[in-house]
Write a protein that binds this ligand. Structure first.
Ligand SMILES: [Zn+2]
Length: 245
């Protein structure tokens, strides 16, 4: 194998194979270019081939980037948190089937080693299991926490609903019905509480006027700081504990 560098495209790994009849170009999940080419084709000819396909290469890389941004990649042995614990997964060689180990706080998925962790089906499976856990933990934790905070600061709300929302962390109707995004349980405690208190303040002030903020800042003096931190969290991006924003 030889490695070349092309401007704009970066490194290109070329492997010559006796068995190959055509030039084959591929982009791995890190966006790296590798080519296998027949012996009779020179390195220069292969590089020319790569260069002619540069639009396709950039296109593939862009698609990969989009997929990564839309759906985070889950890695083994990292903990994907919820306020009540979290989920991780391990690749184990012992078994041929998927098993689940439930500890009081941590849910562990044990997956047969024969699966690659970046196999899309495995990634989908982990994402679905994580979403299930997020929903369960959100339904267990959020209504209770909202009640505690309401009691502590003297708010009265009507009804609370937990939703899998794409656009906001929470909302409050003029009737005092509060909607909370289930993804709140993935936030650190102080950011989660900030959203709950924000919605509780709306039970008295159904707008973002002066009085609303006066009340909010009285309860959370560092609201500005917390509110800028929460902007780094994306609903569709799942952070492991050690890579939290
Ligand atoms: Zn608001």
């Amino acid at each position: 194998m030889r490695v070349f560098e092309l401007k704009e495209l970066g490194l290109v790994k070329i492997t010559k194979r006796k068995a190959s009849r055509n030039i084959r170009l591929s982009i791995n999940t890190h966006g790296e270019i590798s080519v296998s080419s027949p012996h009779r084709v020179s390195y220069n000819q292969t590089l020319t081939f790569v260069w002619r396909n540069r639009d396709w290469i950039q296109n593939q890389r862009q698609k990969q980037q989009q997929i990564k941004q839309q759906n985070s990649v889950f890695y083994p042995d990292k903990v994907y948190p919820t306020i009540l614990g979290g989920l991780n997964f391990k690749l184990v060689n012992k078994s041929n089937e998927i098993r689940m180990a439930q500890k009081p706080t941590l849910t562990t998925l044990l997956l047969p080693e024969k699966y690659e962790h970046n196999n899309p089906k495995i990634q989908d499976f982990i994402r679905r299991e994580y979403l299930k856990l997020i929903r369960t933990d959100a339904e267990t934790y959020l209504p209770e926490r909202l009640r505690q905070l309401a009691e502590q600061y003297g708010f009265i709300f009507n009804h609370v609903t937990i939703r899998n929302q794409r656009t906001r962390w929470g909302s409050c109707s003029t009737k005092g019905n509060i909607n909370l995004n289930m993804h709140l349980v993935r936030l650190p405690q102080e950011l989660l509480d900030m959203v709950l208190i924000h919605e509780l303040c709306h039970t008295l002030h159904p707008n973002h006027g002066k009085l609303f903020y006066k009340l909010l800042y009285a309860i959370i003096p560092d609201y500005k700081n917390r509110n800028s931190r929460i902007k780094k969290y994306k609903f569709n991006h799942f952070y492991a504990c050690d890579e939290l924003p």
